[in-house]
Design a protein around this ligand. Structure first.
Ligand SMILES: [Zn+2]
Length: 147
């Protein structure tokens, strides 16, 4: 079975405050909660619902679990020719849920979105997320912005 797991930013007043916590999700009239405890002992922590994202079932090349809202640098897949070496920078993508396609997907930050496909995960590197690394969302000086 695919692992079902969530992430969110803790809004407790204790040790987790402001950090990302990972585990089961519960939403009820008292708020949005993630259980970041152990198998033996639950530890439900209130989280900001706007920061909740699901584990998408893939890990990057460093075995880091990928969640909605993560920013993933994807290596260029151009063919520089037999003797060539690609010198293109990786392309930055945000992990989103695409309701139209009914799937998780990449949305390109500055350029095109890369294909999200199980065969390409060794080209992926999680470099942050949209909640903690807003600097990665800003176009770089002089960059050519495209839709
Ligand atoms: Zn290239």
């Amino acid at each position: 079975m695919r692992e079902i797991k969530f992430r969110g930013k803790a809004i407790d007043h204790g040790k987790h405050h402001g950090s990302m916590v990972y585990g089961n999700l519960s939403v009820d009239e008292s708020g949005t909660w993630i259980d970041c405890g152990t198998e033996q002992e639950s530890e439900w922590v209130p989280v900001d619902p706007a920061t909740v994202g699901q584990f998408i079932g893939f890990v990057d090349r460093d075995d880091r679990k990928i969640y909605q809202g993560d920013i993933v640098a994807v290596d260029c897949d151009c063919d520089p020719g037999y003797y060539g070496t690609c010198s293109h920078a990786p392309n930055l993508n945000i992990v989103i849920w695409d309701q139209t396609e009914a799937s998780f997907s990449f949305r390109g930050i500055m350029f095109r979105a890369d294909d999200m496909h199980a065969d390409y995960t060794d080209m992926w590197d999680v470099v942050g997320n949209v909640y903690e690394n807003p600097e990665l969302l800003a176009p770089k000086e002089g960059a050519d912005k495209r839709e």
